[in-house]
Design a protein around this ligand. Sequence first.
Ligand SMILES: [Fe+2]
Length: 439
Amino acid sequence: MAPVVYLFFLFCGLMPLALCVPSIGSQPEQVHISYPGVRGSMVITWTTFNETDSMVEYNLWGGKLFTQTAKGNSAVFVDEGPEMRKMYIHRVTLSDLRSGATYVYHCGSEAGWSDLFFFTALNESTSFSPKFALFGDMGNENPQSLARLQKETQAGMYDVILHIGDFAYDMHEDNGRIGDEFMKQIESIAAYVPYMTCPGNHEWAYNFSHYRSRFTMPGQTENLWYSWNIGSAHVISFSTEVYFYLDYGLDLLFKQYKWLKSDLEEANKPENRAVRPWIITMAHRPMYCSDDDNDDCTKFESYVRLGRNDTKPPAPGLEDLFYQHGVDLELWAHEHTYERLWPVYGYKVYNGSTDEPYVNPKAPVHIITGSAGCREKHDGFIPKPRDWSAFRSTDYGYTRMHLINSTHIYLEQVSDDQSGKVIDSFTLVKDVHGPEAWL
Ligand SMILES: [Fe+2]
């Protein structure tokens, strides 16, 4: 027996066994990455159950491993269930990354390292043509689209993933263990490309604390609302839940509205809109839908669309704000279906023309894509949709979006039920952006 091993057994023979078993709690898990909205950077986020250092070791793809080290910090997160489970959420920001270069990394500390992952630093050019996968409503149980997304993401088909609210079902359940399991499940996609999020109603527990604590989005709002730029697009993520969970404070609704207005004004400054002509929003509960479940979007007086008159002061809705600021494309989820709308404003269709409805439309275009798969299964549609509804599907699946250039965006819907078949597609073409596009 080697002397060191002999000493170990001698020492441990005198100690309670637990003190000699290395704690698994120092092992990093739930690794995911996000773009913090700062050029040349990427944030790596992960979880441990013991307090450890927060380090990322990385290098350019193909080079010598771990030549660079970045340090960050961790925050304690305590689930508010009966067990009050405690975990450490680690965040490390990598800076000065080379635009469009691929890096290999692992994260952790001297007490435990993650698997090896890779990511491509965001291409910072305004002529970059990024490809997105987007969906909402993916759960720990029955995440039907996940396998296809895992393969496609690791094969390099996407630059970014947008998860439009409703995670895990629900992250707080079983004292937060469902959240842990879900974050482990999505590591296979979220550790490779920026995983950008917005909150949904399933994140409601303990004032959205799991959502606020587990992700790392741009800005200072604990992931509730933020915006960022990619290629020729300005992307705005926000919370529709401020219209529904008033117990958490009506002030959040007004703060967000004020922020949305100023962000849209900034994005519409001629010098900004000239380089980022597309404005795309993402949020959970849609303004329009033709589902049969009596959700907000099934009602003419949708809170998200028109605001609320039962609050003091009345809460403004978002349809007018987005229309007035020339929002091009609005991405939603919540309904466990896929629905494409004709360009619509105020319940009226404003197609570009009869032959080419999405060429120079006179109102924003809405997509609802909440069918990634979860324990609640599918939603149903009303038999006769309104005339603003262009295409509907109850298949499990997700959406692909290719931001081709400053005038063209291509979207297609993938059916997982039909083995990955593209069941819907269209190209949104805009020669003019901004409110003047509606004239
Ligand atoms: Fe939802």
